[in-house]
Design a protein around this ligand. Structure first.
Ligand code: MG
Length: 205
């Protein structure tokens, strides 16, 4: 399986990192070894001193498809969850300056935290899903899928132009404003429509 991610999908987050609004979705991929599930602790890696959290809604691909038209995209995902796209911001900043890929900044082990996935039917309206991330009981990110630049359906269409989607693939749909650093000992809790789906700690590497 693969984890497809979209960058720069919320205006306020684009502004906080001084990035330009992209014409096309900015897509990248995390390998399967990036997965961190079941609220296992995140182990702070030794190669970075500036790991940032990015809370994101996650969609689970239900069936394989290529070149999926947007009006059919909803048939290709069946479950929704919450995730964190952990990012080594120090490594990413260097890569951005040099125009190099983000692989090591975004693809390292444990960098894709994925919650329990719930059937789509659990939610009344996927177009306005509220989500929130708390660190040490303090809210740091609040997002709503209504504010996405590219909708879930549009991301499916965009990604499937380039790669075949397979059942079990996961898509991380971008982070709202409020990203920031984590530290060993932090307690991280995430809520999707007031359901607590993430609850884990950052431990020292
Ligand atoms: Mg992200």
């Amino acid at each position: 399986m693969k984890i497809i991610c979209i960058g720069r999908n919320y205006h306020a987050h684009i502004e906080e990192l001084n990035n330009a609004v992209p014409d096309e979705p900015v897509l990248f991929i995390k390998p399967e070894t990036a997965l961190l599930r079941d609220n296992e602790p995140f182990i702070y890696p030794p190669f970075s001193t500036n790991i940032h959290y990015e809370a994101e809604v996650v969609i689970h691909v239900a069936q394989s498809g290529k070149n999926i038209p947007e009006h059919e995209a909803a048939e290709y995902y069946d479950k929704i969850g919450l995730g964190i796209d952990f990012t080594a911001r120090d490594i990413q900043d260097k890569a951005k300056q040099k125009g190099l890929p983000w692989f090591t900044a975004k693809g390292f082990d444990g960098s894709a935290v994925i919650s329990e996935l719930l059937p789509k039917s659990t939610f009344k309206n996927l177009k306005t899903l509220h989500f929130q991330l708390d660190i040490n009981k303090k809210p740091v990110q609040k997002g709503d899928t209504a504010l996405m630049i590219h909708s879930m359906d549009a991301i499916i269409t965009a990604a499937s132009k380039f790669v075949t989607l397979l059942p079990g693939d996961l898509i991380m749909t971008g982070t709202p404003a409020g990203v920031g650093p984590i530290h060993p000992g932090d307690c991280i809790e995430g809520y999707l429509e007031n359901r607590k789906l993430l609850d884990f700690i950052v431990s020292k590497g």
